[in-house]
Ligand binder design. Structure first.
Ligand code: FES
Length: 66
């Protein structure tokens, strides 16, 4: 099962002493620790261009889609 979600944030959100992922690319979560903490993967999104749409696969590789 998979789904497409549109996210535009490219930086994490600091909550207390934790950094929460807002880009959707973090791998720093699992069933035992379901909080989506930032793992630095958002740096991949910083070179995204306005007006373009991208997909990321489970390995974090990006491709532009129309
Ligand atoms: S904001 Fe998603 S990995 Fe940092």
């Amino acid at each position: 099962m998979s789904r497409k979600v549109e996210l535009k944030a490219i930086t994490p959100l600091k909550v207390g002493e934790k950094w929460i992922c807002r880009c959707g690319l973090s791998k720093k979560w699992n069933e035992e620790d379901p909080q989506p903490f930032c793992d630095g993967s958002h740096t991949k999104a910083k070179s995204e261009e306005d007006g373009k749409v991208y997909e990321y696969d489970s390995e974090g590789s990006r491709k532009e889609v129309s």
